[in-house]
Design a protein around this ligand. Structure first.
Ligand code: NDP
Length: 798
């Protein structure tokens, strides 16, 4: 005995500390280990009659049989949600808040059961489900019970969307469910949710909780199945929005499948997030941060800090510490309370990880793994560090979704930013330094939706989470997350036909009392602050609405678009300006437009044969609109979120980057101003395709731009075939976002083509706004679509 104790002290070995699984086993037995679908508040057998097995990844033992839902089941679930919707809306904000509160309370009361069931089903350590996943779930329902209550006061200009389809992955099964369901039902929508095939059990327990609290039937429907079940939800005609978390590959399929349908979409996709360590960082904290970044949940985390970027001067020292820490990590059954790493979700994922690691070795990187062996009874993979990795190596570029860290070094701050952004993804980043000035300088430069300073993988219902670039779009959490489940009430006022304009009998502006413009020369395009001839050397004749020849415009082609995109990227001046400075330039623009008021009105009359007074009104409204955005330039700002951690969490609206804007055909000047000005107000550089039929207000505007201190490359204007040029923009990988105002088919094309690099899109689905109406034609909604929110977490506490 004496020697044993001595031995234990020497090895510091822990014995197993298994969590009791009996309640969870009892829950499964209650259903004879066989689960049906939860539709309209009841358990319904799947139409296919088919079930598949759910496995415990820690042991490979079968836990239960899960229903395979087909299209008919999806149809039933959507019908139930549709039927439940009017009543769910009409019971009002307070009643909905009560239901959300009851859900939070009931989950909290059964939190241990949820934790154990989640660990059994997913293989993640009970320490994590108990201390992280389930508390976050509870917090989400509490937080959104509050938003449900405030819905009619804080968000009164918005309306629910209807039936929402939600598809979630296997890495945080119940947590993802809560991120999806809580905001959706709080805002008055009803839902159909599909959990991942491998991890449906806690969603089914959640269905039971919905029954227990008496949630009205059909508000929440849970249907299980494979990818085809998810696809049936995506394609269902009565679904108004799809919220998806999963792989970028499937995200792109969903973007293309929903293109042009008007279904709202939020996609939270993959990542290859940088974990950046500067030489002054506290290295011992860094090591624990790395444990949380890449070995939390076995690295199966979309925002895992999977790319370690270390300042060269400390790289070897840090690698040594990481190797030592890896040696001490404990791996084992998810229900063992003393383990750090659990099991990989299933054999397919384990195989993917093994293949990626082999590829890393084959490509010449150095593999570091602990000396100990993994248990053999489940799907385990050891913590892994790759050093000597080239930035272009497959393992440095592709998401592995396993406990594999790839390390690279950098010398300067600039190089760190460059390396960090050398990825198609943009979900999160983690920055480690004791210098807050440096951290706050780096955070905005990283193209990612979340920046954690001296921390990592922290989440809270009050803060938004979501990506840039191919990590998807939309936010979950915070007020910004609610917007994903609402639409502006004003959208109901958009029409199927453009606003009729009153046409006079006069042929020329001067008959109308305005200066005559005569026959115009052929206008050039405007690229990089200069007038440019079209690459193709062609021009297009433009007639007035009465068919009278007015002049010609350059016919732009794909080369012109490429040049314009290049010019937009070369322009950092505009991006670097403060809101105040941008406002000054915008005021100056308005002033210079005012000087040419009559001339611009003449042009409108010449193109549209409108009355002088209408044309002057359009110019005056354009000036007023520029004033509005000049005013908002230093006022459209972010929040400091009330997260539950000791953090200041800054939610900052950031520039999207380079945007394509395809202007409406109506209101030739005002339509141009109403779309271009909000986009540049947020710091974007734009490539504008003006109205194809009535382009001269935009081409006349060159002179206003030239005289107003707008940096070269901020506004680039390419005239020509609207849809042809729009498609080139939509396919361009260096364009970050695109707004399209045109017909339905054009909208579909834009959304479909944008999937290649996951650019943000804002299209009108063939509907018309009245640009003359302030409520429809201007405001913060435009700025929202011209920016994206980054949440920066700054911990405090000595
Ligand atoms: P998927 O993207 O395939 O799955 C996510 C969810 O979408 C699941 O519920 C899945 O159902 C469903 N689904 C699959 N195909 C379709 C479709 N065509 N239409 C609608 N829904 C669909 O991820 P996987 O689970 O297959 O994992 C593959 C890889 O994706 C991982 O190795 C990892 O790299 C990445 N991933 C990223 C996640 C993230 O949070 N960013 C989360 C999970 C995975 P089913 O489960 O039945 O396949």
């Amino acid at each position: 005995m004496k020697t044993r104790i001595k031995e234990i002290y020497k090895t510091m070995e822990y014995g197993p500390a298994p969590e009791d699984a009996s309640e969870a086993i009892q829950f499964l037995k209650k259903y004879n280990n066989k689960f049906n679908l939860f539709i309209n508040g009841k358990w319904v057998t799947p139409s296919s009659g088919e079930y598949y097995d759910s496995i415990n990844p820690s042991t490979k033992e079968k836990l239960a049989q899960i229903s395979e839902a087909n299209e008919a089941d999806v149809d039933k679930a959507v019908a139930a949600a549709k039927k439940a919707l009017p009543k769910w809306v009409s019971i009002g904000a307070h009643q909905r808040a009560r239901y959300l509160y009851a859900l939070a309370r009931q989950i909290q009361k059964h939190s241990r059961l949820f934790s154990v069931l989640e660990s059994l089903d997913n293989g993640k350590p009970i320490r994590e489900t108990r201390d992280i996943d389930i508390p976050i779930v509870v917090r989400h329902f509490y937080h959104h019970a509050g938003w449900a209550q405030l819905r009619d006061t804080e968000l009164k200009d918005y309306k629910e969307l209807g039936v929402i389809g939600q598809i979630i992955p296997w890495n945080f099964p119940l947590m993802m469910l809560s991120w999806k369901i809580a905001p959706a039902i709080a805002m008055g929508n009803t839902i159909v949710l599909k959990p991942a095939e491998a991890t449906s059990l806690t969603a089914l327990l959640f269905a039971e909780i919905c029954q227990q609290i008496g949630l009205p039937n059909g508000v929440v429907n849970i249907i299980t199945g494979h990818g085809s079940t998810g696809a049936a939800i995506v394609n269902h005609k009565d679904v108004s929005k799809i919220a998806f978390t999963g792989s970028t590959e499937v995200g792109k399929i969903i973007r293309r499948a929903t293109a042009g349908t008007g279904k709202k979409l939020s996609l939270e996709l993959g990542g290859k997030s940088p974990f950046i360590v500067f030489e002054d960082a506290d290295l011992d904290s860094v090591v624990e941060g790395i444990v949380d970044a890449i070995w939390f949940n076995q690295g199966q985390v979309c925002c895992a800090g999977s790319r370690l970027l270390v300042q060269e001067s400390i790289a070897e020292k840090l690698y040594k510490k990481i190797r030592a820490r890896m040696e001490n990590l404990r791996i084992g059954n998810a229900l063992d309370k003393s383990i750090d790493i659990g099991a990989i979700v299933d054999d397919t994922q384990l195989k993917t990880i093994k293949e990626m690691v082999q590829l890393g070795v084959d490509e010449g990187s150095t593999l570091n793994q602990p000396s100990w062996a993994c248990p053999t009874e489940g799907y385990y993979y050891p913590p892994t560090l790759f050093t000597d990795v080239s930035p272009s190596a497959t393992i440095a570029q592709e998401e592995i979704f396993g406990p594999v860290l790839v390390a690279m070094s950098f010398r300067t701050h600039k190089e760190a930013v460059k390396l960090a952004n050398n990825t198609r993804y943009g979900l999160a980043c983690s920055i480690w330094t004791e210098n807050i000035n440096l951290a706050l300088d780096i955070a905005p430069q990283i193209k990612a939706g979340v920046a954690w300073i001296n921390c990592t993988n922290v989440f809270d219902a009050a803060a938004g989470f979501g990506g840039y670039r191919e990590s998807g779009f939309g936010r979950e959490g915070g007020k910004e997350g609610l917007m994903e489940y609402l639409k502006p009430r004003i959208n109901n006022e958009f029409t199927d036909e453009p606003l009729p304009i009153s046409i006079n009998n006069l042929d020329t502006p001067n008959e109308n009392g305005l200066p005559s413009l005569g026959i115009d020369r052929t206008t050039k395009m405007y690229i990089g602050g200069k007038q440019a001839r079209p690459d193709g050397g062609y021009s297009t004749v433009i007639n007035s609405v009465k068919g009278v020849y007015i002049g010609e415009v350059s016919k732009g082609n794909r080369k012109d678009i490429r040049n314009a995109v290049e010019a937009a990227h070369a322009n950092n001046k505009w991006l670097d300006m403060t809101g105040h400075s941008r406002a000054q330039v915008l005021y100056y623009l308005a002033e210079n437009l005012m000087i040419r008021r009559e001339e611009f009105a003449s042009r409108i009359v010449q193109m549209t044969n409108q009355n002088k007074s209408d044309a002057l009104q359009e110019v005056d409204l354009s000036i007023e609109r520029i004033y509005t955005y000049a005013a908002l330039a230093d006022k459209y700002d972010g929040h400091v979120h009330h997260t539950i951690h000791r953090n200041v969490t800054l939610a900052m609206p950031e520039t999207l980057g380079v945007m394509g804007i395809i202007c409406p055909d109506e209101s030739p000047l005002l339509g141009f101003i109403s779309t271009v000005i909000p986009a540049i107000t947020m710091g974007n550089s734009v490539i504008v395709i003006p109205s194809e039929k009535l382009p001269f207000s935009a081409t006349d505007f060159y002179q206003v731009l030239e005289t107003s201190d707008v940096p070269a490359g901020t506004v680039n204007i390419v005239t020509g075939g609207k849809d042809e040029l729009a498609q080139v923009l939509a396919k361009h990988d260096n364009v970050d976002a695109i707004w399209y105002f045109g017909n339905k088919e054009g909208c579909r094309e834009i959304e479909f083509l944008s999937a290649d690099n996951m650019k943000r899109t804002w299209v009108n689905y063939g509907k018309y706004r009245n640009w003359l109406d302030k409520a429809q034609g201007e405001g913060q909604e435009f700025l929202k679509h011209a920016s994206q929110i980054k949440n920066i977490w700054i911990p405090y506490g000595a």
